[in-house]
Unconditional design. Sequence first.
Length: 275
Amino acid sequence: MKFKMSKQSKKHGRMVSYVYRLVYRLNPSFERYEKLVEGGHVLRPHYAYALVSTAKEAVKLGYRKISILEFGCAGGSGLVDLEYIGNQISEVLKIEFEIYGFDAGTGLPQSNDYRDCLYMWSAGEYSMDRVKLEKYLNTTRLIIGDTKDTVPEFIKEKAHATIGAVFIDVDYYTSTKSCLNIFNYSDNNYLPRVFVYLDDTLLTSESTGELLAVNEYNEYNEYNKNISVDTLLAEKMSLKWRNWIYLGKKFYHWHNFNHKEYSTPIIGNDKELKL
């Protein structure tokens, strides 16, 4: 199989980053790829960071295959890039990725709910050409339909690997709330912490859009589950690449406090403070 980055991502590449990637190919390793990502030298770096951090945790917990879910695929460039990034990581780390793309296929639905931030989007936007997209995909499975139906069916099939990361780019509050139902099933479906990427939080509020859906999810699952932003991650990462100050604020984690592996150590003991 031949994996390529999407044309959309290639438009945003920097020449200096292209050189960094060429040098990396001379001696690839997971550690060097991670540094490449942290420096913003890969295409679609926010997707790459999600897969790198998820893969690290999964391997430390003993997993060899994980599922990556994208809700809201539009033209499909994100799925194409996820395949490419996943393949690069699998070349240097003992982990495999199953990628699933959830989409209605017809673009944004009609809505008259102010919580959907209709001042930013219109019905019918971001439709998918499924036939065209499938020509670019290798192993990704497209799941087309309303998430109210497709999510329960997906879980019921029990054919997926453990879920490690979820990308949500469905714009609306109502659609995001439906997507978050993916987290309402038995613990064996997930890593104890699942990386969550929320794309559309800019120019919204805590009372609308994706943020409202997350807040309501947290209120309902007050004691055992929580979706929270990694508060200082963006600032820390921006020391290596300035654009992380923005992209890093889209990074969240779903925490399942009752998961049997939630307290399993994933950080080494090299942090001991010695005299």
